[in-house]
Every structure is written in structure tokens, then in C-alpha cells.
Design a protein around this ligand. Structure first.
Ligand code: GUN
Length: 282
């Protein structure tokens, strides 16, 4: 059986259309959702990401400001800018693009952002809200993965889910979101001795390690939902995920492609978070 594709581009378009409508409704009431994006330094990949985020705002009726600073920007100056944006009523979400130059402590920066404007959901407060089941802003990539899983119509209750990767930005929040949806969750990582032992039991696998061919066909339960968060390059320089897509799609029931799976959802959920913040929903 060949897996059904989970089309992140199509789902993104659908959710973004709804966001556009809600943003317009808010704007009509004098509260246009606003996102501030801060880039420190000139990392080429980060420059592309922030440009895409700002463009997505413009495309869907959200206000955005892009602040670019030299890599030598002192940490105190960055913290002062965040303070000013915390107090700016036109800004409902603040995103500082990572990674930051080495002289800046990312934890200090993340914690400086007001919780209500933490649209990345990276702060200790936001992470605590997620862990304790309180409402709050969720990290965009795992939030998008949940939407992709939901789009299959599969109920996660009582299912085995395996997350490969334990980053603060994807793996850990992903595990918590799956747990909240009543899945039985296993988190695997670089020190897991037998990854396949776990993935073969899984009804849902989320691969988020950043290494291609981490999940191969022999490691997948027939019919499983496979979500590929990876963004790697193969030997020909082509974009690929963490999953051996061609082989795994012959075993899985559902699978996200790379590109066109998780990638488009990340910015979509950032927009959703900005809207949520502007609507004043916790
Ligand atoms: N760098 C790579 N991905 C992200 C993200 O989702 N948010 C921020 N702030 N920086 C990133």
C-alpha cells in the first residue's frame, strides 16, 4: 500500500485563509494584528526565514515590522528593543530569529519577551503552560505537526506516538502536545540504543533530528502516520527530510513530504499565534 500524502501546502493555504479573515475582522475593530521580527547578523538562511515570515504577514493582512541589526549589536541594546516592543500596542507578537551571535545569551533574550507576545512559545512560562495543560502560545513547528496529524482524521487517543529528537523547540513540545491529545508518547534521541524497537510499535512517528535517512522503511509499522520535520540536503543538494521518503511511503499509511509538509505549516502557525495574541486569547 502506498501512503496517502499529508499536503502541508494545501492545509497551510486553508488555515491561512481563515487567519486572513479573522485578521481582517480584528482590523475592522481597530486592532490589526502586529508581529515584530528581529534579526541580528546576516546569516543567509535566517535572512530568508525572516523575509518569508514578514511576507506571510503582509499576504494575510497582518502588520509586521522587521528590525535588522549588525552582528555586533550589544545584548543590552537588544533587550532594550524587546522592552520597547513589549510596551508597543501595535505589536502583539515578538520573534527574535535564532541563532543569535555568540555574545548574546538566547535564554535572556527569550525571557525578556512578554509572555503574552511570545509567539515562538519558547519562554519558560510558555513551556510551563504547555507542560501543565494551561492555555498559551505553542511553538509553531510542533503545533503545525499536530494540525497535520489532525488532518488525517486519526484520533490519537490510545495510540503509540514516537518523537525522534528532544530539542526545546520541536521534540519536547511535540511530545507534550501528543500527550495532551491522549497518545502514549515515547521520546527517542541520540542516546537511544535501538530506535527501531520503538518506532516499529508507533502509530505516529514524528522525526525531528536533522539527519537524513534516520527513519527507514524497516523501522515503520504498516499504516503509521509519519511526520517529517527534517530539512536536510541530499548528495545532489536537493532538500530532503529525516525520513527515507520513497521507501517509507510504501509502508506508512500517511506521510508528509519534504518540501511541502511541515515547512509551510511553521509560518502558518506563527501567524495563528500572532492572531491569538492580538485577539487577547491566552
Ligand atoms: N530559527 C529557526 N527556526 C526558528 C523559529 O521557529 N523561531 C525563531 N525565533 N528562530 C528560529
Amino acid at each position: 500500500m502506498t501512503a496517502q500524502l499529508i499536503d502541508g501546502t494545501a492545509l497551510s493555504r486553508h488555515i491561512r485563509a481563515q487567519i486572513g479573515e479573522r485578521a481582517a475582522a480584528l482590523a475592522a475593530r481597530g486592532r490589526r494584528p502586529g508581529l515584530a521580527v528581529i534579526l541580528v547578523g546576516d546569516d543567509p538562511a535566517s535572512s530568508v526565514y525572516v523575509r518569508n515570515k514578514v511576507k506571510a504577514c503582509a499576504d494575510h493582512g497582518l502588520h509586521s515590522v522587521l528590525e535588522k541589526y549588525e552582528a555586533t549589536l550589544p545584548q543590552a541594546a537588544l533587550l532594550a528593543r524587546i522592552e520597547a516592543l513589549n510596551a508597543d500596542p501595535a505589536i502583539h507578537g515578538i520573534l527574535v530569529q535564532m541563532p543569535l551571535p555568540r555574545h548574546i545569551d538566547p535564554h535572556k533574550v527569550i525571557e525578556a519577551i512578554a509572555t503574552a507576545k511570545d509567539v515562538d512559545g519558547f519562554s519558560v512560562h510558555s513551556a510551563g503552560n504547555l507542560m501543565t495543560g494551561l492555555p498559551g502560545l505553542r511553538p509553531a513547528t510542533p503545533y503545525g505537526c499536530m494540525k497535520l496529524i489532525e488532518s488525517t482524521g486519526i484520533d490519537l487517543k490510545g495510540r503509540n506516538a514516537v518523537v525522534i529528537g528532544r530539542s526545546n523547540t520541536v521534540g519536547k513540545p511535540m511530545a507534550l502536545l501528543l500527550l495532551q491529545a491522549n497518545a502514549t508518547v515515547t521520546v527517542c534521541h541520540s542516546a537511544t540504543p535501538d530506535l527501531a524497537l520503538h518506532t516499529r510499535q508507533a502509530d505516529v512517528v514524528v522525526a525531528a533530528v536533522g539527519r537524513r535517512n534516520t527513519l527507514t522503511a524497516d523501522m515503520v509499522k504498516p499504516g503509521a502516520v509519519v511526520i517529517d520535520v527534517g530539512m536536510n540536503r541530499n548528495d545532489e543538494g536537493k532538500l530532503c527530510g529525516d525520513v527515507d521518503f520513497a521507501a517509507v511511503r510504501e509502508v506508512a499509511g500517511w506521510i508528509t513530504p519534504v518540501p511541502g509538509g511541515v515547512g509551510p505549516m511553521t509560518i502558518t502557525m506563527l501567524l495563528a499565534n500572532t492572531l491569538q495574541a492580538a485577539e487577547g486569547r491566552p
